[in-house]
Design a binder for this molecule. Structure first.
Ligand code: NAD
Length: 493
């Protein structure tokens, strides 16, 4: 089946098509970075909202400003801006939907003025972003970098932008001039306090461009924080063929994801918003407790699993979770280590959240690469695991599980082969030369003083350093599985 408007009149119970007519929609949202995640998450919620409401003014205009934009624009245009989304349940069952919420797509490199006009159009009330974590152009202290070549270019040529900051700020300048008011800037990237990060980036850029404009933006534009959660793998050619064979639809840009999805947004929109709650979005005053839940359970479990499972020879999350040693370790971590420390927001049923989390980690259809989860532990561990460790220490509770993880991570960084003899390379962009000296020191305790952990003073936590040292020795001599079994035994003592 060719994917065009004609598919929308197909009578097939296997495929969910929009109940609204996408050609009736007008755009209220412009999105920069229409990758897989946006199409599986925000566009999915918007599609659901459009199905359930009678409102037609919240269609999405896609804007691509990177090199992939041109190809994406051609593909969108060739299939009437429609695409298929396949959602997989943990048992492998799937649902296919045709999504019509994105009404058109422009590649800025094809038509720069059109991209700016799209953003400056007074009908646009929200500009949302998935431009990746690194796209916010900040240093490790969170300061916006004004001297990178692309930012320097956009400051020197405000009407010829090449970055998201340049495009959005130029559009805001035109709206201010024309009196057509501000829009909300909604970051949907996987960053803690993503709205605050976006606010700092856009205001720093605007301040360097024109302080009066920066003042107007600070007064009028809002930057809600949001917690986004849905595992959405990238799609290669084999995935595309498989998804199209399953759906029976010839889609050049299909997307797939897990069935689970979550979106919690700070209710702070300066120019209106869709009633996304109709589609299951939660609006709150403060997103922080929801972010904490995700960091302390999902992201922390990913890190707890990644290094030991990789060292054992596994390469994907679901393979490792298929080994009862690893699934019971993660279950113990979730239920006995993290759970007693974290108070969930009132609206969250923690037992249900944890059960779903274990199901998500075992979902073979959307399994993450462990190497991806091992990437940049220096940034991830302090955010995902150190809060748990310091609370355990404050409450005089055992810290074995975390000592084991630090031992696994230290061994992973120092060793060049897993326990099956497979060699690997480490990807840690933020570790310093001085850190590598500590990592490779013959005294394994030196590793605890590396920059990302220095502030946590791990050596001062009673028993922690000694337990860590013991596990390092066990892992080196007897392997990761032996040491993990020893760690697990401490829970039954
Ligand atoms: P993707 O590679 O499919 O898409 C990334 C998109 O961002 C592309 O359209 C690309 O052109 C654009 N982009 C990249 N760098 C940019 C920049 N500097 N400026 C402007 N646009 C830029 O990746 P994805 O899976 O869609 O993930 C995108 C982001 O979504 C992630 O970085 C993460 O913050 C967030 N996220 C992803 C997932 C997931 O499971 N994939 C889950 C939660 C959150």
């Amino acid at each position: 089946l060719t994917l065009t408007q004609n598919v929308l009149t197909e009578d097939s119970p296997a495929i969910h098509v929009p109940t609204y007519n996408p050609t009736d929609l007008t755009a209220g949202i412009a999105h920069i970075g229409v990758g897989n995640f946006h199409r599986a998450h925000q566009a999915y919620y918007t599609n659901k909202f459009l199905n359930l409401s009678n409102q037609s003014d919240w269609g999405i205009r896609g804007i691509g400003i990177t090199a992939s934009g041109k190809e994406m624009a051609t593909k969108f245009a060739s299939q009437d801006s429609l695409y298929t989304l396949t959602e997989y349940q943990p048992d492998g069952a799937s649902t296919v939907s045709v999504v019509g919420a994105i009404i058109d797509y422009v590649a800025a490199s094809d038509d720069l003025e059109k991209a700016i006009d799209y953003l400056a159009d007074p009908a646009i009330r929200i500009v949302s972003l998935t431009i990746t974590e690194g796209g916010y152009n900040t240093d490790d202290q969170g300061n916006f970098l004004l001297d990178t070549p692309s930012i320097a270019h956009d400051l020197a040529h405000p009407d010829q932008p090449i970055t998201a900051f340049g495009y959005v700020t130029e559009a805001l300048a035109r709206r201010r001039e024309r009196g057509s008011g501000p829009f909300t800037i909604l970051s949907c990237d996987n960053l803690q306090h993503n709205g605050d990060v976006a606010k700092n980036a856009f205001l720093s850029f605007a301040q360097a461009r024109d302080p009066e404009l920066a003042h107007w933006i600070a007064e009028r534009v809002t930057f809600p924080n949001s917690m986004v959660d849905r595992i959405t793998p990238s799609v290669d050619e084999l995935d595309r063929e498989r998804l199209n064979a399953e759906s029976g639809i010839d889609d050049s840009i299909p997307v797939y994801c897990e069935e689970f999805t979550d979106w919690v947004i700070e209710n702070n929109f300066c120019a209106g918003r869709p009633d996304w709650e109709l589609a299951g979005v939660t609006f709150v005053e403060d997103v922080a407790p929801y972010e904490a839940l995700k960091l302390r359970f999902l992201n922390a479990s990913h890190s707890m699993l990644a290094y030991p499972a990789f060292l054992a020879g596994y390469r994907t999350v679901h393979e490792a979770m298929g080994d009862t040693l690893f699934s019971s370790y993660i279950s113990v971590f979730i239920n006995h280590v993290v759970s007693p420390l974290v108070t969930p927001p009132d609206s969250v049923d923690l037992a249900d959240y944890k059960a779903k989390l274990l199901g998500r980690l075992s979902n073979a259809a959307v399994s993450d690469q462990l190497s991806r989860l091992c990437f940049d532990g220096a940034s991830k561990l302090p955010a995902f695991l150190l809060p748990t460790l310091s609370e355990l220490a404050q409450q005089n509770k055992p810290t074995h599980c975390l000592a084991f993880l630090m031992a696994a991570y230290g061994h992973y960084l120092q060793s060049e082969a897993d326990d099956q003899g497979n060699s690997y390379s480490v990807n840690e962009p933020f570790l310093q030369k001085s850190d590598w000296l500590k990592i490779n020191d013959h005294d394994v305790l030196a590793f605890l003083d590396c920059t990302p952990f220095a502030a946590a003073k791990l050596r001062d936590i009673p028993h922690f350093a000694a337990t860590y040292k013991l596990y390092r020795k066990q892992i080196a001599i007897y392997g990761i599985a032996f040491s993990l079994r020893q760690t697990m035994c401490t829970f039954w003592e």
